[in-house]
Design a binder for this molecule. Structure first.
Ligand SMILES: Cc1cc2nc3c(=O)[nH]c(=O)nc-3n(C[C@H](O)[C@H](O)[C@H](O)COP(=O)(O)O)c2cc1C
Length: 204
């Protein structure tokens, strides 16, 4: 049976751990994931983690597969100007796209339909095809420009999910905070998970 496909773009906002954890969870749930990593995200990955992810898609793919302990056909990495990638067209079968984390720059580009690189184009395709698009933005404080862009996208049906973990599950580790946000994204993708107890289900 063919796997369902989801597009995951990691852009240059703080919190690349959210995106990498989401990738792990999606492959664990047996999805095929099309991964896009912006040049700024490469800088943030190097700044915030000890993980090595090459800027060359052909090298990044096995690195991410090793990170996720998954089969080589579960992750495809595309370069920023690979206009031949299936996700550059509405004829592709990816049912959803998540930008996690989503920088204010990419959020603005999506809100304005810029389509200047493959991340922006793939998101534009999701908008025009009226498919699920989730943006996990991370910025504070928010300017009126950010808020206007988010409002515009929300009115177009985009799910804006700021990387704002809750604390009611009494997190003890950074991983639990990351999982809180990733769990909510998985919920919106209808991907089953048991990352964090649900409200009303906590043991104590
Ligand atoms: C370490 C680091 C952290 C950053 N954190 C944020 C952030 O949290 N939110 C944001 O919108 N931009 C952040 N930026 C700035 C973006 O990376 C920058 O605006 C970039 O142009 C985004 O490009 P992209 O959207 O193509 O990834 C950060 C940059 C660096 C190097």
């Amino acid at each position: 049976m063919t796997r369902k496909s989801i597009t995951l773009a990691i852009t240059g906002a703080s919190g690349v751990q959210y995106g990498l954890r989401l990738l792990q969870c999606l492959v664990q749930a047996d999805y095929h994931v099309c991964v896009l990593i912006s040049p700024a995200a490469q800088v943030v990955i190097a700044t915030e983690t000890d993980i090595t992810v090459s800027h060359r898609p052909g090298e990044a793919q096995p690195q991410l597969c090793e990170l996720c302990q998954c089969a080589s056909d579960q992750i495809t990495v595309y370069g920023k100007e690979n206009w031949m990638a299936p996700i550059a067209s509405g004829s592709n079968t990816a049912e959803a796209m998540v930008v996690c984390p989503c920088s204010s720059a990419t959020l603005s580009a999506i809100a304005h339909g810029t389509s200047g690189d493959l991340i922006e184009r793939a998101a534009d395709v999701m908008l025009k095809e009226q498919r699920k698009l989730i943006l996990v933005n991370r910025e504070m404080p928010l300017s009126a420009i950010h808020l206007d862009n988010m409002s515009k996208l929300a009115h177009l049906g985009v799910t804006i999910m700021p990387a704002c973990p809750g604390f009611y599950h009494k997190p003890q580790t950074v991983q639990e905070l990351v999982d809180f946000v990733v769990a909510r994204v998985l919920d919106h993708l209808h991907v089953p998970h048991q990352l964090v107890p649900r409200w009303g289900q906590a043991a104590d």
